[in-house]
Write a protein of this length. Structure first.
Length: 83
């Protein structure tokens, strides 16, 4: 094994170890390594719920834009009652 191949092998091993460490949530601290728990993020869950609500509202607005005028009035009345 020549020196170039040895350097490439060391870099490859280091890169693979870094990917595996990131995949399993191992974080280097000042002394030793710790596992980071990957539980559900409450902020992400709140944002998902907000996006779902916005998608529902957009679906209603799309339906209102494509329906006839009588259906449009009924949907506006439904929306007023919901808020």
């Amino acid at each position: 094994m020549n020196p170039f191949e040895m350097v490439v092998a060391i870099v490859a091993i280091t890169a693979i170890a870094s990917v595996v460490r990131a995949r399993y949530g191992v974080v280097r601290r000042h002394k030793g390594e710790d596992f980071v728990s990957r539980g559900p993020d409450p902020e992400a869950e709140r944002l998902r719920a907000e996006v779902k609500a916005l998608k529902d509202r957009v679906a209603v607005l799309e339906r209102l834009a494509t329906d006839g005028s009588t259906a449009l009035e009924r949907e506006f009345d439904k929306l007023r009652d919901r808020d």
